[in-house]
Design a protein around this ligand. Structure first.
Ligand code: GDP
Ligand code: IMO
Ligand code: MG
Length: 422
């Protein structure tokens, strides 16, 4: 069986931390979509690590880590990730396997991303500019380059043809972007050399065989459900299916082989980049969340927008993914608020609704809040569920009743150890 771990909001829910915490119970950790737009943070032994492409199980000796076919890989960023891991005692060639069917992000994909965003002006998506959209466009357009192509001598010709096409496309955007293609290509080739040191596999077959041997597999999602290309706040989304079905196509796992669907959410909400966010705060409360939660993007360093938990959106994400287990992150950040608000409905066309309409921008919906008492106690040293303050227990009970899925973990700090099981 393959368990899934997914973000239920707009990304950055704390997926990296929880995958690291859960890895001891799994034999294989596999990323199934997204690329280096992701930034997954892990903290233990006083060190903070940020991973972009490499699965978050990499620090554990027991687990094999797989970059699945649904992922897009930038060899340049990938090499940097590998270099960062050199200081640790990790047998990387044995522990990290790459799907031959994963697509490659070319330097010109990044340039196209930048040109596309610049040409949109105010309507820009707020992309991480890692070339994600253009790479998935080439994948579905059947033009892309895959990891497996690197095993053939012809890969450079393939590369050149695609890069030439991208340069022609850049011309259409009519945007001045300065770049030195030679420099970018040197860097790219160094990245390819680093990538080629790893083992390329037919990951769908590998995972199928591992399942046959009774191995336990955890699929690690990137981004969040509301950034899903189909079900997110389109067009302000990423270019892959971040929801449960993405794990089937991104790893080659049949739907019937999916076990638990673990959904991760913050005790409040954040979003980085453009797009609607009905419960967004522009007041002191929002600033407090941002400061206490240290809400800055792990990939781009951009400040994350903050707001109250949106139960309408969360219920939608739970429904789309078929979530069986919930995990609530960053509960510690809400300590000190007199009152906790939760968005339990939207005002929409003169009535109150509890479902997600076609658009949730500020012209369509405004949030309806339910207020709950806050708590003052510092949670960060707590290790058991019993210690949690009554008001937080009340918050958890309220959420479980609304969401109808149990909250199995409450996270009270960024470190591995700051994890409370319920
Ligand atoms: P991911 O993309 O879902 O892996 O999440 P990110 O790593 O981008 O962002 C989550 C941030 O919150 C990181 O800086 C984590 O170290 C931090 N974090 C995770 N869990 C907690 C928690 O329970 N409390 C606090 N204060 N920080 C947390
Ligand atoms: P993790 O895995 C938060 C957002 C970007 C932008 C939109 C499209 O760390 O949770 P893209 O680069 O895909 O073209 O950007 O999606 N975005 C993320 N936001 N966490 C992420 O990943 C994200 N990956 C992309 O900010 O709004
Ligand atoms: Mg992140």
């Amino acid at each position: 069986m393959v368990d899934l771990l997914l973000g239920l909001q707009w990304g950055d829910e704390g997926k990296g931390k929880i995958v690291d915490v859960l890895t001891k119970d799994y034999d294989i950790i596999a990323r199934f979509q997204g690329g280096p737009n992701a930034g997954h943070t892990l903290e233990f032994d006083g060190i903070k690590h940020v991973l972009h492409t490499i699965p978050s199980g990499i620090f554990h000796k027991n687990a094999i880590n797989i970059v699945g076919n649904g992922v897009v890989i930038d060899p340049v960023i990938f090499k940097k990730e590998l270099d960062n891991l050199e200081q640790f005692d990790i047998d990387i060639t044995a522990k990290l396997l790459i799907s031959r069917k994963a697509h490659l992000i070319l330097p010109t994909h990044r340039l196209l991303d930048a040109a596309s965003e610049a040409s949109k002006g105010k309507a820009k998506i707020g992309s991480t500019l890692k070339g994600i959209g253009p790479t998935y466009m080439d994948k579905t357009g059947r033009n892309g380059m895959r990891v497996g192509d690197l095993e053939f001598d012809t890969w450079k010709e393939k590369y050149r043809a695609l890069a030439n096409k991208h340069q022609a496309l850049l011309g259409f955007h009519n945007i001045d972007i300065e770049y030195d293609l030679n420099e970018l290509e040197n860097e790219f080739c160094e990245g390819i050399d680093a990538l080629k040191k790893l083992k390329f596999i037919d990951s769908e077959q590998y995972i199928f065989d591992a399942m046959g041997q009774g191995k336990k597999i955890l699929a690690e999602g990137a981004q969040g459900s509301l950034l899903d290309i189909d079900f997110g706040t389109y067009p302000y989304v990423t270019s892959s299916n971040t929801t449960a079905a993405g794990a089937c196509t991104g790893l080659g796992v049949a739907p019937g082989k999916i076990g638990k669907v673990i959904g991760i959410f913050k005790a409040y909400a954040t979003r980085v980049g453009s797009g609607p966010f009905p419960s967004e705060l522009f007041d002191e409360d929002g600033k407090t969340m941002s400061r206490v939660g240290n809400e800055f993007g792990a990939t781009t360093g951009r400040p994350r927008r903050c707001g109250w938990l949106d139960l309408v959106a969360l219920k939608y994400a739970i429904q789309i993914n078929g979530v069986t287990d919930l995990m609530m992150m960053k509960a510690d950040v809400l300590s000190g608020f007199e009152t906790i608000k939760v968005c339990t409905g939207y005002h929409y066309k003169g009535e109150e609704i509890q479902h997600l309409p076609y658009t949730i921008d500020e012209f369509a919906v405004s949030p309806v809040y339910t207020e709950l008492p806050g708590w003052k106690k510092d949670l960060t040293q707590m290790t058991t569920s019993d210690e949690l303050p009554p008001a937080l227990k009340g918050y958890i009970q309220f959420l479980e009743k609304e969401l109808k899925v149990p909250i199995k973990i409450v996270s009270v700090g960024p470190d591995r150890t700051q994890t409370i099981y319920r």
